[in-house]
Design a protein around this ligand. Structure first.
Ligand code: IDC
Length: 524
């Protein structure tokens, strides 16, 4: 007994002498008094992080995506789900993906990026979504703090601006954020701890000068006219609102086809009539350009498109001709083909008030609005206008038609133009809704020409609660939409059950869970 007392007294003295605590003694390489010591120690005590088997923490090592997400998830109190790969952190990553902290393409659930360094912009997005989802930063004041703001991908603007506004991120001595570099394990701990502290305080609303910036006030509900072409005539864009010929707000709601060259059977007269009978007043024809679509077999695919458009017009529906770029993410790579195509189609349909032109489904990849999409859009708009003076034209934007704020900052010149915003209810939420409000407040019109009840990969879920929240938001603003997609593919976003007959009338048994929900929302 005596011996233990002596030992205890000895180690206590030693600890007092060295100023050590029990927890940092747990990591051989966490230096007492270092800038990160207390963050690491406290987080270890709370079991939010662990070190390595050899007793080290490796504070200077670049943190991997899996490590970052796991620590953030534990900090947020998230319990691991059922991972899709055997990776140690797959359960946390699955939960984070489901919660919409990141998109599937940023960290595919197959796991190949899990052990790679996480880029700072993605880390900040995950952190803000997980712990401080309601914080916003003012674009002008916060972007001015970031010397390399131009390096930041538009997809991360909101999260990074918010993180600067509330002080989670402070930038380095030169004011740079270095969005695509990694961050050390020590740095990550500091960021996560700062965010946790703010979250505990109820979330810091933003910069001190504008402490209580309220969320943009939802507009008064728009009473929008439904009905088809015979009732509404030529459409026109007045400010942020799509209106009918008489100038009343109008809302189009309907289905998008899947790829015309893959699931063209569901663009026939009977299928389109089935959706019209359920109350849809618009049909979108998704004509893939890549992936074996129009650019590979133009005549055949164009014939199919015209047949589908005529079938929709015969049902008194509006119809969207969609130049469906996807794997071919840069629209300006095929400007000539698009100009020729839209010139021909706009000439053909110049007297039909039913036709809307969607000129680039979803620009993506290493492209920019001002460098690629806008120059393309301006040329195609001009080509359409040479034939059709007033047909409504829908324009996509980078990041799979999410960067409408970039378009609003540098808009295409012309009348009756709308910007498309695409969302998937299992992936996208409030930040995109806020973006819609911000862009509309600037006077630009938004058309949701594609959305899904699933995750952004067309699968997962279905997310009907989130979908209903989205549709209520759109209804309230009189924003038009088309749902992805009218096909029987075995994926949750598909509206039809596998094997559905395109030549028969459909009952509820023909529709998937997604299809039943969407058809019930056309608003007959
Ligand atoms: C998906 C389809 C899927 C197909 C894939 C690639 O649902 O069956 O294999 O495209 O062609 C989009 C695109 C849309 C995608 C959809 C879901 O506009 O073509 O369809 N999505 O991933 N943008 C976001 C999601």
């Amino acid at each position: 007994m005596k011996r233990y007392n002596i030992l205890f007294a000895f180690s206590l003295c030693l600890c007092l002498l060295l100023g050590c605590t029990t927890a940092n003694a747990a990591f051989s390489d966490v230096e007492p008094g270092s800038w990160y010591e207390s963050a690491v120690t406290q987080m270890a005590e709370k079991q939010l992080l662990t070190g390595y088997a050899d007793g080290s923490f490796r504070p200077n090592q670049t943190i991997s995506a899996a490590e970052f997400v796991a620590i953030t998830a534990r900090t947020a109190g998230t319990t691991p789900g059922q991972g899709q790969s055997g990776h140690w952190a797959a359960g946390y990553l699955q939960r984070a993906l489901e919660a919409g902290w990141y998109d599937w393409d940023e960290l595919p659930p197959t796991g190949e990026g899990y052990d790679q360094p996480i880029p700072r912009q993605l880390a900040v997005k995950i952190l803000m979504k997980a712990l401080l989802p309601s914080v916003r930063g003012d674009y002008n004041s916060e972007s001015a703090k970031i010397s390399d703001f131009s390096q930041l991908n538009g997809r991360y603007y909101e999260a990074v601006l918010a993180a600067y506004a509330c002080g989670v991120v402070q930038g380095d001595a030169s004011g740079a954020f270095r969005p695509t570099s990694g961050l050390s394990r020590a740095e990550a701990c500091i960021l996560i701890q700062r965010a946790e502290k703010l979250a505990g305080e109820g979330g810091n609303p933003g910069t001190p000068e504008q402490p209580s910036q309220p969320d943009p006030k939802p507009p008064e509900p728009v009473t929008s006219i439904r009905g088809g072409v015979s009732e509404n005539g030529w459409l026109q864009v007045k400010g942020a609102q799509l209106c009918n010929q008489a100038g009343q707000p109008v809302a189009l709601r309907g289905m998008s086809s899947h790829g015309l060259h893959w699931f063209g059977q569901f663009t026939n007269a009977q299928s389109i009539q089935n959706t019209a009978r359920a109350g849809a007043n618009v049909f979108r024809i998704a004509m893939y350009t890549g992936e074996g679509g129009y650019l590979s077999q133009p005549e055949q695919v164009k014939r199919q498109l015209i047949a589908a458009a005529d079938a929709a017009i015969a049902q008194d529906m509006y119809v969207i001709l969609d130049w469906h770029i996807l794997s071919d993410g840069d629209p300006s790579a095929h400007t000539q083909e698009a100009v020729a195509f839209f010139t021909e189609l706009a000439q053909r349909y110049k007297d039909s008030p039913a036709v809307l032109y969607e000129i680039c489904n979803e620009p993506n990849g290493g492209i920019s609005w001002s460098g690629n999409v806008k120059p393309y859009a301006q040329q195609v708009v001009n080509a359409i206008r040479a034939q059709s003076p007033q047909g409504v034209i829908l324009i996509g934007s980078p990041t799979w038609s999410q960067d409408i704020h970039q378009a609003a900052a540098d808009p295409v010149v012309g009348e009756n133009l709308m910007y498309t915003l695409h969302f998937y209810a299992g992936t996208h939420g409030q930040d995109l809704r806020d973006r819609i409000d911000a862009v509309r407040a600037q006077g630009f019109a938004v058309f949701v020409s594609e959305w899904g009840t699933s995750r952004a990969d067309g699968n997962g879920g279905v997310f009907l609660t989130e979908s209903a929240q989205w549709l209520d938001f759109l209804d309230q603003r009189g924003i038009s939409w088309c749902n992805w997609s009218l096909c029987d593919k075995n994926e949750t976003s598909a509206a039809l059950r596998p094997g559905t007959n395109p030549n028969a009338q459909w009952g509820p048994e023909s529709l998937t869970e997604s299809g039943q929900f969407v058809f019930s929302r056309f608003g007959k």
